[in-house]
Design a protein around this ligand. Structure first.
Ligand code: 6LW
Length: 492
């Protein structure tokens, strides 16, 4: 069948994948969002269902004071001998750690730290030995892909950390993963930085410690010279063999909002690219080393479309997420309604406002919710980070209510429009396409247009960082905000 890229749309960066029996499992970075490290299951590598998160307890990851795009960086998932391992970095505390579980649908262990420098940690299991690699500096201060052997029950190093490869010369050598295929050791990495120059490079060795050498064309995969082309930034990938026996790279990439506008708002998404091994054991990826919008994969399954997202068909602790260190008492979440209680923390702060969000999955959508507010402020926010977000709110002041559209860009807060309401209940509505978010309030069946926010100002190119746009419900002030009839429908 033909599948379309991305296979998982929206802000799900740095994918890593493993196989356990007949199923595949994938994890992605989560940065300042809690719970951390979304976890997905698939049977075909194309349809991914989120089954939970790996870091669900605050004792597994401290996010209280992390900056936006700090916190939980690129994870790796591996399966060995009946046990799943997820290894990642808390970039704010500069700690590399892993957790494990024997039940993929259950809780994961407390963290076990590894005293090795760097980010993007990965694990390689071989004949009872476990190797830990990251991109950082080794015990002699040499920078590159750094590896040590560890005791997997304690995380203690059993060997010095040694640099095993310094890449092909691109900047930001990242995301090392080791595989043993046909008796050879394959070290795959990313270079070029996670932007338009991103690429996947490869080195091969006859032993786990090297010497790793380049034995074919580099990079093996990149869209950096594929212009004009919507899909850019392909890099940071993991190798996986399908149930049909074919090999793929599951990687991140992003989609520009428009062919001639180099901005991306949806964050880094998950792309699947077929690969083949040449007779001399090198990798040929995609179409001439680039990732395309669609490919063929063995099997007669269908690629599922996104559902209409409602409170009834989503799980607040699986599909939705919170900022940093949420206060449980601020949320009453059920299939009928989400009740939020605000605090004095606003979405303008790099803190934990009362905020619960879904990722924006495609450019074009219509989102609506009924909101009933008693006092202060609550609404919907199209949120990239504390500096860049568009808020559509109901605001109470001295017992009078208004619908408000506030545009925040670069820390500049601009009230675009205020419209008096006859009470604290209204429907809030957003219609979005690739370039614009359009905001409305509906009261007494009258649709009032409040204004437009340009998508490009919520992009990574403007905002920086590693995340993507979230569609959040929020409350500010000591209040009760009741959201009902929430619906988000993607229209392309
Ligand atoms: C991640 C690095 C990267 O650690 O971005 O795409 C960083 N590559 O490998 C944050 O996601």
């Amino acid at each position: 069948m033909i599948y379309k890229n991305p296979v998982l749309s929206g802000f799900y960066p740095d994918p890593s994948v493993c196989r356990a029996g007949e199923k595949f499992y994938m994890v992605c970075s989560s940065f300042q969002y809690f719970p951390g490290v979304p976890l997905f299951e698939s049977e075909d590598l194309v349809n991914w269902k989120q089954i939970g998160h790996v870091l669900t307890r605050k004792n597994q990851v401290a996010l209280e004071n992390v900056n936006s795009s700090g916190g939980v960086f690129a994870p790796t998932i591996r399966y060995n001998d009946g046990r799943f391992y997820m290894v990642t970095t808390n970039d704010t505390t500069h700690e590399n750690f892993y957790v494990y579980t024997d039940d993929i649908y259950g809780e994961w262990s407390d963290p076990i730290t590894v005293e090795q420098d760097g980010i993007d940690p990965s694990l390689f299991f071989e004949d009872g030995k476990v190797y830990f690699m990251s991109n950082g500096s080794d015990d002699n201060g040499t920078h590159g892909v750094v590896q040590c052997e560890i005791d997997i029950s304690t995380g203690k190093k059993l060997s010095p950390s040694r640099c095993i490869w310094q890449g092909t010369g691109g900047r930001f050598l990242e995301s090392p993963h080791m595989y043993k295929i046909n008796g050879k050791y394959y070290l795959m990495a990313a270079e070029g930085g996670t932007e338009y120059g991103h690429m996947i490079t490869l080195a091969v060795s006859d032993g786990v410690w090297g010497e790793f050498t380049v034995r074919g064309e580099e990079p093996i995969l990149t869209n950096r010279n594929k212009a004009p082309y919507i899909i850019q930034g392909i890099g940071h990938g993991d190798l996986i063999q399908s149930r049909g026996g074919d090999w793929f790279i599951l990687s991140l990439g992003f989609r520009q909002i428009h062919l001639w506008l180099a901005y991306h708002t949806l964050g880094r998404e998950v792309f699947l690219t077929p690969i083949t091994f040449t007779d001399d054991g090198w990798i040929k990826a995609g179409k001439d080393g680039t990732t395309d919008a669609e490919y063929e994969i063995k099997g007669s399954f269908e690629q599922k479309r996104l559902p209409i997202f409602t409170f009834a068909n989503t799980d607040p602790h699986i599909d939705w997420c919170f900022l940093r260190s949420p206060k449980p008492e601020s949320y009453e979440l059920s299939a009928e309604r989400y009740i939020l209680h605000g605090t004095d923390v606003t979405p303008d702060e790099a803190a934990s406002p009362t905020f619960i969000a879904l990722r924006q999955r495609e450019f074009c959508f219509e989102l609506s919710t009924e909101l009933t507010l008693d006092v202060a402020e609550a609404g919907i926010t199209v949120y990239m980070c504390e500096q860049e977000h568009y808020d559509l709110a109901i605001k109470e002041n001295d017992g009078a209510y208004q619908a408000v559209l506030r545009l925040n860009v670069g820390g500049i807060k601009h009230i675009e429009c205020t419209v008096p309401l006859s009470g604290g209940s209204a429907k809030l509505l957003i219609r979005a396409d690739n370039l614009f978010y359009r905001f409305y309030a509906v009261q007494d069946e009258k649709e009032i247009f409040l204004g437009t926010g340009q998508a490009k100002y919520l992009s990574t190119e403007v905002s920086g960082g590693f995340t993507g746009v979230m569609l959040g419900l929020y409350a500010v002030g000591e209040n009760t905000a009741q959201f009902t009839d929430f619906k988000c429908e993607y229209t392309s």
